[in-house]
Design a protein around this ligand. Structure first.
Ligand code: SF4
Length: 366
């Protein structure tokens, strides 16, 4: 079994292989080469080298990283407005039968392997292959990135499993997630924000789930609102989740991942996004977001058009907070300080006022 791309690959060999007569690397690599040749018939000759010494692996990785970086820089310079064709890819239908990716300059593949340039090259090399052109036609919603032509591709290539696919949103007809995504985004309703985790982070995220559990729930080529597979290059896109507030909606990432995509994060948001060092669970995450005045607390104003798209944190049942708020008012003598509300009650100013209004309505406070 082989999953994922670039240098983030997972490979597993079953012990039963030996019983089936596979006893050498040569047999395995010959099959790998045959697979490459079958997928890319223009390959005439090929050699496979298996590196096992750590020094050679390190040197090989450095060489590969330099090539990835050069490709990524080229891809970052092109935007959706500048092209009239997008590309689709169904390579992962081998294990996710309803998966169909739309690859655009501003919405690179979730696996990290296919940029718009790669899609264009592959579609030209093998017009019958898994990568194909999608004419950029029938704009339905510029902010969500919804096009009639992408919808048609999604419907036909998924066998009618879904009929819409928007490129720049988490919540409405999001892109499908096959399973080999570099990272996964997960919505946390408790803070009305989105966390992101990569497969190298093995611990549970603040919602209590590790990458592997969420990948299992979201993978398989389905549209799962609340989870979204995303490639690292998407974090550098000016259209990154633009319909949902972009970086203003991101609340948590592993520290290493945050550093890795630092240049893509809006500068004013970098310090407002928690890492595992700031918050390991939802209670700590709420405290952190309150402390840094994260936009999700009072409602996110979308950067692309200035529209307010979320209301901020609300309390469902203010009576639950009655005792705590009364005790707080007695303790402070009515001299209310916003920072003290956040620190002592773990509440936003808006939530505090919600409880105050409830207490006034009930005649408990004047
Ligand atoms: S994740 Fe999408 S773009 Fe990447 S290989 Fe699979 S189908 Fe193609």
């Amino acid at each position: 079994m082989h999953l994922n791309q670039r240098d983030a690959i997972w490979m597993r060999a079953g012990l039963d292989l030996k019983k089936a007569g596979v006893t050498s690397w040569e047999q395995i690599m010959k099959n790998v080469m045959n697979l490459y040749k079958a997928e890319m018939p223009f390959i005439e000759k090929m050699e496979a080298i298996v590196l096992t010494s750590p020094e050679e692996v390190t040197a090989g990785l450095a060489e590969a990283h330099a090539k990835y970086a050069a490709r990524d820089e080229r891809a970052k310079g092109l935007h959706d407005e500048e092209v009239d064709v997008f590309y689709g890819c169904t390579l992962c239908q081998a294990f996710a039968p309803t998966s169909a990716c739309a690859v655009t300059p501003d919405r690179p593949s979730l696996c990290g392997a296919i940029t718009w340039f790669d899609g264009r090259a592959a579609a030209k090399v093998d017009p019958e292959g898994p990568q194909f052109a999608i004419p950029k036609e029938g704009l339905i919603d510029e902010i969500k990135g919804e096009y009639a032509s992408v919808n048609e591709m999604a419907e036909s290539r998924s066998g009618g499993e879904y009929s819409r696919m928007a490129l720049y949103t988490f919540f409405d007809a999001p892109h499908t997630s096959c399973g080999c995504f570099e990272t996964i985004g997960f919505y946390m309703p408790e803070v009305d924000g989105i966390g992101i985790v990569d497969r190298d982070f093995r611990n549970p995220t603040p919602n209590g789930l590790p990458f592997s559990t969420m990948a299992g729930q979201a993978g398989g080529g389905k549209q799962v609102v609340g989870f979204l597979g995303m490639g690292l290059l998407y974090y550098f896109s000016p259209k990154f989740l633009q319909a949902d507030g972009g970086w203003r909606r991101i609340v948590w990432m592993p520290k290493e991942l945050k550093e890795r995509v630092k240049d893509g994060i809006d500068a004013d948001m970098f310090d407002k996004i928690a890492t595992e060092e700031d918050a390991a669970d939802l209670t700590a995450l709420k405290k952190f977001l309150l402390k840094v005045d994260h936009p999700v607390v009072d409602g996110v104003e979308r950067k692309v058009d200035g529209k307010k798209i979320s209301e901020g944190w609300k309390i469902e049942d203010p009576s639950e907070y009655e005792d705590a708020v009364i005790a707080f008012i007695e303790e402070t003598g009515g001299d209310i300080d916003v920072d003290a509300i956040k620190a002592k009650l773990n509440m936003s100013e808006g939530q505090f006022m919600q409880v105050i209004e409830y207490l006034q309505d009930e005649g408990i406070l004047e």
